[in-house]
Write a protein that binds this ligand. Structure first.
Ligand SMILES: O=P(O)(O)OC[C@@H](O)[C@@H](O)c1c[nH]c2ccccc12
Length: 263
């Protein structure tokens, strides 16, 4: 459970010679009833863990695809409480690690300590909070530590070297390397500077480094994975699932995790 479960699951995939692949989906997009089926589907397709987004009215880091998924989820009444309730009721049947991605505001409203406790109770293994800077993370970090939940840190390409070192050394579970400047959403390519950025983070980090933002093809996944441990894909997966193109999701995951093909 928690940080240990996440780190072991990633180690197992790497021991099986796979690139890591973490799909992001918006909880409640299509209704919470669909969520269990989607989680199982992603697990069977070869995902290493699942990043589950909590819908929020003011998602500052999100591009249009994920914003729209959030609007759909909020419109059908999905809340942080209902998502935790769902996760709790399905946890015995679930083996894939679950990472919640939420802005800090819903955590404050819920109550920070209660949030950490209920996450642990619901079988949540890791948390990503994109809008808490390192200087302000103390209280939430303490609560997550008490519950043995991995606090996954985000690195940005704009951060100076010393800051990147500190973020990388603190991250738990894995390190989320944001590979573009800007919001979430598919991009046609990543800049040349991404390679050295990822390779530096690999040097500083004791946990796997995963690149996210802008990844939508197997080729991009291979290109980035050759400089780190794998990728996170959000907008493309959200889009394909919304269109019912599950087969394409499966192909994207299965192609990306293969290490025998090089970009
Ligand atoms: O959508 P993309 O470009 O594939 O990027 C992943 C991203 O969606 C997911 O990790 C995510 C969704 N919202 C976020 C907010 C901050 C950091 C990360 C995220």
């Amino acid at each position: 459970m928690g940080r240990q479960k996440l780190e072991q699951a990633l180690q197992q995939k790497q021991a099986a010679n796979q690139n890591l692949f973490v799909p992001y989906i918006m909880a409640g997009d299509g209704g919470l009833d669909l969520l269990e089926e989607r989680i199982n589907f992603l697990q069977e397709s070869g995902a290493s863990a699942i990043e589950l987004g909590i819908p929020f009215s003011d998602p500052i880091a999100d591009g249009p695809t994920i914003q729209e998924a959030g609007i759909r989820a909020l419109a059908n009444g999905t809340s942080l409480a209902s998502i935790l309730e769902f996760l709790k009721s399905t946890k015995v049947d679930r083996s894939i690690p679950i990472i919640l991605m939420t802005y800090v505001n819903p955590i404050y409203r819920y109550g920070m300590e209660q949030f950490a406790k209920d996450c642990a109770d619901s079988g949540v293994d890791g948390i990503i909070i994109p809008d808490v800077p390192m200087e302000e993370e103390g209280p939430i970090a303490t609560h997550l530590k008490n519950e043995k939940i991995a606090f996954i840190r985000l690195a940005a390409m704009t951060s100076p070297e010393e800051r990147l070192k500190e973020i990388a050394s603190k991250s738990e579970g894995f390190l989320y390397a944001v590979a573009v400047m800007g919001t979430t959403g598919a991009r046609s390519s990543h800049g040349d500077n991404v390679k050295s950025y990822l390779e530096n983070l690999k040097k500083y980090s004791t946990v796997p480094v995963l690149a996210g933002f802008g990844v939508s093809t197997v080729e991009q996944a291979h290109e980035l994975s050759s400089h780190c441990d794998g990728v996170i894909v959000g907008s493309k997966i959200v889009d394909l699932l919304h269109q019912g193109k599950n087969n394409e999701v499966k192909n994207l995951i299965q192609g990306s995790i293969q290490t025998s093909i090089h970009a």
